[in-house]
Write a protein that binds this ligand. Structure first.
Ligand code: TXA
Ligand code: MG
Length: 321
């Protein structure tokens, strides 16, 4: 058998040797796919313009869509953005974990301009997943990382999803098993720095309940109006399978693959027990299976909107749009 070309994708179980290999590739300015607690990310050195350009190219992502920078700890985050008391509070409460904070970009932040796509703010997240943390620590670089799928497609929660979506375009995929949360991080933007230091917005619902954030900050979120376009993950059609999706389905129609929930049994289920955390963890894998099924259409059972259900329904609406 001929030796594999260097461009062929390698999937490696995420042990120490694989993490070292990932760091070596990142140091060459190339991207690596790796697990986080939310979804798999396509990571590259946030300080290097060529590495960040490679992320945009690999995903086919419009370059007006800024990236989240992943940091190992609060100290690293404070070097990139202006942290006021509110940001400190949120970081202490939810990091490491599935919360992304949008904060004013520091003047001397060492990130490539393409990371923020020209905005005066930066999105920061300190992830909890041991593999992502292992790469951050071993590499000593900050990692820009969007979800590791082609732009607009279904997000990946397994190494196989990444391979199916990005194929040969990525040199290495670290396999850390399925993601536990299964939905992208909750994105919170803090507004009005320096002045009254009040006002925040939920740019993307996710694993962290906005009610907890409101309680911590002592105020309800501001409505999303003119700021909405800042997070293209919030564009109407996103996270989309290649087939039509019908929501709120009690049973399958002709040629539909039904994704069930609770009492609605389908070809597949998000959670037979009606558990929302389980449903979130299963959502993208279920959409991937539905997309790969021989049926021409996808139907999804109703999912209640409370707690994690709000984020699940947000992704389902965009998948159906
Ligand atoms: O859970 C996650 O957040 C995953 C993992 C890999 O960490 N990452 C992720 O990245 O979902 P991505 O690129 O698929 O989504 C990032 C979102 C986009 O909707 C982008 O528009 C928004 O964050 N964003 C980034 N920087 C921003 C900024 N300065 N202001 C507003 N939105 C921003
Ligand atoms: Mg994404």
């Amino acid at each position: 058998m001929p030796a594999s070309k260097p461009s062929d994708t390698q999937i490696m179980p995420a042990d120490d040797a694989a993490i070292a290999r990932a760091v070596a590739i990142l140091r060459e300015g190339r991207p690596v796919a790796l697990p986080t607690e939310t979804v798999y990310g396509l990571a590259a050195d946030a300080a290097r313009a060529d590495a960040v350009a490679a992320i945009y190219r690999t995903k086919g992502r419009p370059d007006f869509n800024p990236l989240i920078v992943h940091v190992p700890d609060m100290d690293a985050a404070r070097r990139l953005a202006f942290f006021d008391e509110r940001a400190e509070k949120l970081g202490q409460a939810f990091w490491p974990g599935p919360l992304t904070l949008v904060l004013p970009l520091a003047d001397d932040a060492s990130v490539a301009p393409a990371v923020t796509a020209g905005l005066a703010t930066i999105a920061l997240r300190c992830p909890a997943h041991p593999v992502m943390r292992g790469v951050l620590t071993a590499g000593g670089m900050l990692l820009a990382a969007p979800s590791a799928n082609r732009s607009g497609g279904i997000s990946p929660t397994t190494a196989a999803h990444v391979a199916a979506s990005l194929g040969d375009a990525v040199p290495l995929i670290l396999d850390g098993g399925p993601c536990t949360a299964g939905l992208e991080s909750t994105i919170v933007a803090l507004r009005n720095f320096g002045g009254a230091a009040a006002g925040w917005q939920l740019l993307r619902p996710g694993p962290i309940d906005p009610a907890e954030i409101a309680a911590l900050l002592g105020e309800a979120p501001l409505p999303l109006t003119d700021h909405a376009i800042e997070a293209p993950g919030q564009l109407a059609s996103h996270y989309a399978p290649s087939k039509p999706v019908r929501l709120g389905a009690a049973q399958a129609g002709p040629d539909e693959w039904l994704i069930g929930f609770g009492e609605v049994q389908g070809d597949d289920t998000l959670s037979a027990a009606g558990d929302l955390a389980e449903a979130a963890a299963n959502l993208y894998a279920a959409l991937h299976r539905a997309d790969a099924s021989p049926r021409l259409r996808i139907a999804v059972a109703p999912v209640p909107g409370d707690g994690m259900g709000a984020a699940i329904n947000d992704r389902l609406r965009r998948a159906a749009a």
